[in-house]
Design a protein around this ligand. Structure first.
Ligand code: FES
Length: 106
């Protein structure tokens, strides 16, 4: 089972076992990670599941689709590694992934 690390804005770190096939957002919710609101339930319509992918992982993830990019443009302070965690599906290839949480969601 891949392990994924979520780092809160305060630098508090949570390393969790992630079930493959679920979205990264759902993994965060399942493990009670603070800072992921996921108001739309994962339909790419709210932008409140924003995470910033660690720079060593940014080129290893599937490219964001147009809908995700449009929603990310509306998030406060989008960054180069910004992604919507509901649009990333956990696979074994993501073992070791590290994402940071922004200070605020939308
Ligand atoms: S949960 Fe709403 S955009 Fe990801």
């Amino acid at each position: 089972m891949p392990q994924i690390t979520f780092i809160e804005y305060s630098d508090k770190s949570h390393c969790v076992d992630a079930e493959t096939g679920k979205s990264l957002m759902q993994i965060a919710i399942d493990h009670g990670i603070p800072g992921i609101d996921a108001d739309c339930g994962g339909s790419c319509a709210c932008g409140t599941c924003h995470v910033i992918v660690h720079e060593t992982w940014q080129g290893k993830l599937p490219t964001a689709q147009e809908e995700e990019m449009a929603m990310l443009d509306m998030t406060p302070e989008p960054q180069p590694g910004s992604r919507l965690s509901c649009q990333l599906t956990v696979t074994d290839a993501l073992d070791g992934l590290v994402v940071r949480l922004p200070e605020f969601q939308m």
